[in-house]
Design a protein around this ligand. Structure first.
Ligand code: LLP
Length: 385
């Protein structure tokens, strides 16, 4: 993908920058939307993965809802034209100010994560003279088989209401005059590549749905969260995640009643592959044991490798050369963790060469920082070509 045409297009551009392939984004959104529509599923886009305006505009225009985890994300999605009736608000620590803001915009539902939070939302809704829609986020204790930092559905994780407190939660809900239970919510983790994990999730969702229904509670929405992984190793060969296979699992294994809606909160699978971080080689350096490529992008632009030891494919832009040597590809930040990859086979490179770090559209620019007083992130979109 990063051929000589792109090399020519990038030649006079200041680096580093995020490059977004808007066509690929559109194809990904269309593929997801058609697979979901076919099954009557609803998808909320998880803004936390990427809240770049151009990206949000397109996602909103395609009719997706929004999944937010802060008052500012709720505000951003409303400002970008998302229908408040399709906005969910999740997170273990919503502040009073954030709850009030979301209440005043009539969002679709709060995904509540503790009994105390339910009580606070009930009080604030009463104060505002409103009824707040809530979904109970249940911690189902399902292992997502992913990195431990992005595993969220185990007993030891801070997320969701533990099974031991569900009885009490149901009682609190029955007495809460200003809450309306719309559904159950689950999210077990991110970058899940073994689809069997979602089968296990379905089994738990069915159990908890039955548990509530046996107690006479109507559940209108089953929100199964996000988490579908992408192929970091082969971004060109697998540019679009297998939405058909993913939705199929829920279609087959979730026991939905008539009129019961199934909602998803997908982030990574929608935006990861359309984004790449493009950088220039500042210096090459031969260490005692290593060849280093020192880039003008660092962990301040893309933190995933430093934070999660995450793999991102690294390519030389527009390179037809065959011979490679192994480089440690590092950034300019004063930390040894500022490393994008060790022993990466790349064509022999020199100062000024362009390097692309792929699959960086999700949890890339949103997690950037200005540590070391770095410059603000720049962007280039494929339709400027
Ligand atoms: N819903 C909830 C409640 C979530 O916590 C998340 C992600 C999502 C949906 C979207 O999940 P996705 O479809 O993107 O997997 N910074 C990490 C990922 C953190 C994910 C946090 N929660 C990374 O760079 O891998």
């Amino acid at each position: 993908m990063f051929n000589n045409d792109l090399k020519a297009f990038f030649a006079d551009k200041e680096t580093p920058f995020y490059y977004y392939d808007m066509k690929l984004l559109e194809q990904t959104l269309d593929t997801c939307a058609s697979a979901a529509d076919k099954r009557g599923f609803h998808v909320h886009y998880a803004l936390k993965a990427n809240f770049n305006d151009r990206i949000l505009q397109l996602i909103q225009a395609k009719g997706f809802g929004a999944d937010c985890v802060s008052g500012n994300e709720v505000k951003k999605s409303i400002d970008m034209g998302f229908d408040p009736g399709k906005i969910t608000f999740a997170g273990v620590g919503k502040s009073d100010k954030e709850i009030r803001y979301a209440l005043s915009h009539g969002i679709f539902a709060f995904n509540v994560e503790s009994i105390q939070e339910m009580e606070v939302i009930n009080d604030l809704a009463r104060e505002a003279g409103q009824i707040a829609n809530v979904s109970l986020r249940i911690n189902p204790n399902v292992d997502a088989q992913t990195h431990h930092y992005i595993t969220t559905g185990l007993d030891e994780n801070k997320f969701g209401i533990p099974n031991s407190e569900l009885e009490k939660s149901a009682a609190v809900l029955r007495n809460a005059t200003n809450l309306k239970l719309v559904g159950l919510h689950f999210h077990i983790g991110s970058q899940i590549t073994d689809l069997n994990v979602f089968k296990s999730l379905c089994v738990k969702v069915n159990e908890w749905k039955n548990w509530f229904e046996e107690r006479g509670t109507t559940i209108s929405v089953l929100n199964v969260g996000g988490g579908l992984g992408v192929d970091y190793k082969n971004p060109d060969g697998n540019a679009i995640a297998d939405f058909e296979a993913y939705f199929d699992i829920f279609d087959k294994f979730l026991e939905r009643n008539a009129n019961q809606e199934v909602h998803f909160e997908l982030g990574r699978a929608l935006v990861a592959q359309c984004g790449s971080l493009v950088s220039r080689v500042l210096y090459t350096k031969n260490g005692v044991k290593k060849h280093f490529l020192i880039l003008d992008a660092g962990m301040t632009e893309l933190m995933r490798p430093a934070l999660y030891q995450a793999y991102h494919k690294i390519e030389k832009v527009g390179s037809g050369e065959q011979a490679t040597i192994n480089y440690d590809v590092v950034g300019p930040i004063c930390e040894s963790s500022d490393c994008f990859g060790k022993e990466v086979p790349l064509p022999i490179s020199q100062r000024g060469d362009l390097i692309a770090i792929r699959t960086a559209g999700a949890y890339g620019e949103v997690m950037a920082s200005n540590y070391n007083l770095r410059e603000e992130i720049r962007y280039i979109y494929s339709d400027q070509l």
